[in-house]
Each structure stands twice: as structure tokens, then as C-alpha cells.
Design a protein around this ligand. Sequence first.
Ligand code: SAM
Length: 450
Amino acid sequence: MKASFRDYFVETFFAADPSEFDRFSESLLARRPKTFRVNRLKTGIETFASRWRARGLPMGPTMNSWVFSAGHERVKLWNEPEHLAGHLYVQDLSASMSVEILSDGQIDETPDLLILDMAASPGGKTTQLAEVYPNSLVIGNEFDKSRLPQLLENIERMGSDNIAVTNYSGAFFSGAGEIFDRILLDAPCSGEGIAHKAPESLDYWNIKNVRKIAAVQTRLLRAALDTLAVGGNMVYSTCTLNAMENEGVVESAIAGRMDAFRITYDHRFWPHREETGGFYICRIEKMASTRDSSKDAPRWHGSPHIAPAGQKTLAAMRTFFASVGAVEPETWDYYCNDERVLAICKNRKAGTILDTWYLLRFGKRIGTMENGEFVPDFTLLRDITSDAPRYAMSEDEYSRFRTGEHLTTSETRFENGGHVVAERDGVVVGTLRANGSILENLISKSLKKR
Ligand SMILES: C[S@@+](CC[C@H](N)C(=O)[O-])C[C@H]1O[C@@H](n2cnc3c(N)ncnc32)[C@H](O)[C@@H]1O
């Protein structure tokens, strides 16, 4: 650990008791218990807990009632069927608090809010926003193209139907107008709070670098504040602890327009005090317009590749739903992207964003049109209620299924073909298609175990 890191923290935070720095730095580098969030759109805590604990898996309480500790045991959470089923997301406890603070710890069922997650990948908080604001539309934006696959995969796995994905620099939204009711800016940062994952990072700590990152963060936060609706709320968060990337950024971003904003929450999670990773959260409310009418209007791209589903597609899809005794969710509207069929949670903002941004994802993909027939996606029978027959996989079958292998069966009940719900340990994980004695595995490339 560099001496300049110690000097900065002692001087800025621990001047009254420099020995606190030792407790802080020891705790900063200590391994944290693994934590995971339970997806409340998919399962109840009691149902989840009874299956989980019946298999001897660890699940202890934390300060967030939807986040649980798996302790220090080396459990491979992503191997459990609940992971593929989208019932859980492995997420740091302190990181889970940004969305908790934005929503005041409540599920907000207000319809038609427009929400921006400005720096979204890998999607822990995007999918959390989708859970906490189930009737709203969440734009998950990620600038770095190489980080998009992870974001798209996590949204697919969690089964969210109210997320659209864009690929812009966050600063792009500055000229979008004051349109977002809620914004999360979980900013790229120097990562001091997660130094336990890469202790060597503290050997390279350098104040010039911190200042450079703070300048980027200020630009992003200014853009977020510009596009926040009057009366709307946003959270700025980082997984770093120095003041330059936190309070300093907030101060610079609202400088000169203090009357328009009010800070309603401001907290630093110190690892040695709260036994979490290091994290900073600031919630800001917009009280008055800051619109700058002299700003150039941004170049809009629109999404002409996505259009409302036509009658033929809807009819084919409904024929499929009827064939498996499925209840068509009342909350969905349907769109097409070429032959792909998309479902999105009904929302009055959905149509407007199609004309505005280029979308890499819009709602969830539920199937594909092939020769006039609707062919379901892997996640469809996982995410809707149906009377389709179920197939309970053995442990060995499940591990082969995760790699994309088809299964074979001698059971006569699948002889007539059709689609089958795949289950493991009582958890519905996806869709199979019966073809003679073969149960074809429809798992997508992105959800396969690599
Ligand atoms: C701390 S991570 C976000 C983690 C995410 N919120 C989550 O909970 O999974 C910050 C993200 O910001 C992205 N980023 C970097 N520069 C950006 C920019 N100019 N605009 C938007 N995102 C940016 C990074 O690629 C990174 O994925």
C-alpha cells in the first residue's frame, strides 16, 4: 500500500485518531462474505429459503432484507439452479444499497416512470431497478462495448421485461431534456472500496489518477442532473472512498445551480465500521429546471429495426400459448426485431424511446418466427405459467444441460413431441423441446456454462 494513500486517508478522515487508519486498511483488504440478492419478481423469500436450506446451502440475514450472506464458504452460487432460473444475483451488500436508497427501500409500483441507469454493466443494479420499479421502464446504458454481453446476459437470466439497453457515453443524455424520473449513476471509479478483490491496486494509488477519474465522474453527474426531471430523484454512487470522487464530484456538478438541487442522503460505507465493502451513496432531488435551451439538440438515432408485432405474429404466438395451456401475461405488449418476437411490460414511455435511441435490447426476447410458426425462446416457459409437461433433471443431466447438451429419455409421455418445462431441484430453469426420445435443449449461447 502506497504511503500517499495512507497520508491522504489519515489527513482527510482519521486526523483525530490516526490508529483508525490501521483498522480501516486491515478491514479494506479482508475477504468479504459472499452475498446474493433474491429476485422478488420471481420468488418469495420463504419459498427460496426452504429449498435453498433443504440442500444445506448457506443463507444468513444482512442489513438489506432481500440480500443474504453465503458466508465465507466456497459455494459456487452460479452452479445452483436458482442462478440459471434468475432467482438470485450475486451482488455485494453495499452495492445493493444504491437502489435501496433511491427507492426508499420500497417497491414502487407507480406506472410509467422513466428510469436511467447511466453506467449499467454488468447489470446488478439495472436488474435491481427493474425489480423495485416493476411498472416502469428502465434504460440500462453502458458505454464500453466489451462490457455489453455481460449486461445483456444478466438481464436475460433475471428475466426482466421492463429494461431497454443503449450504448452511449452517459454524457450523451445531457441534451435529452428533463425526462428521467429516476436516475442511477453508479460511476466508473478508482475502486478503493473493493481493494480486497485486487489488493495490488493500492500499490498504484495516485492522486493525479484520482483527479482524472473525478473529472470524468463530474461530467457524467452533470449530464445526469441535466436530464433528471423536476421533482425527480437520483443516486450517485461509487465503490471508492476518497472525497475527491465522492463529495468533490457532487459539489462540482451542482456548483452554480445549488438552488435547483437538494441532497437528501449522503453516506460512506466504511468497511471497518459497517463490515461491508467500501461504498459511497449520495441521493439528490431536483427542485427546479436547469434546462439550457442554447444547447445543441443531440443527434437522435431511433430504433427502426424494432416495430409493434403484426397480426400474423400475434396469432402464431397465441397458437403456441394455447398449445401449452399458457396464460398470456396481461402486462405485456409485443414487438418484433426482424424474426425475433419481443415482450415488454406495458408502459406509455416505450413507444417514445423507440423513436429516440438506438436500442440493443427492448424488453425480453420470447421467441422467433420460423416459417410462419412461433418458436419459443429458452426462458419463455420459465417465465410464464403453463400446463406444459415437466421434466425433472438428475444432477448429472443438469450439469450436461448447463453446457448445452440435449437429453435423452425413455419416458413415453413425450412421444408426441411439444415443449417441456425443464426443472432441477423443484426450480423451473428453462424450456426443452421433445423430439422422439430426445429432449432438445433450447438454452441460449449466452446462458450456457462456458
Ligand atoms: C461501477 S461500474 C457499474 C456497475 C453496475 N452499476 C452494476 O451494478 O453492475 C461502472 C460502469 O461504467 C461504465 N462507463 C465508463 N465510462 C462511461 C461513460 N462515459 N458513460 C457510461 N458508462 C461508462 C464502465 O464501463 C462500467 O461498466
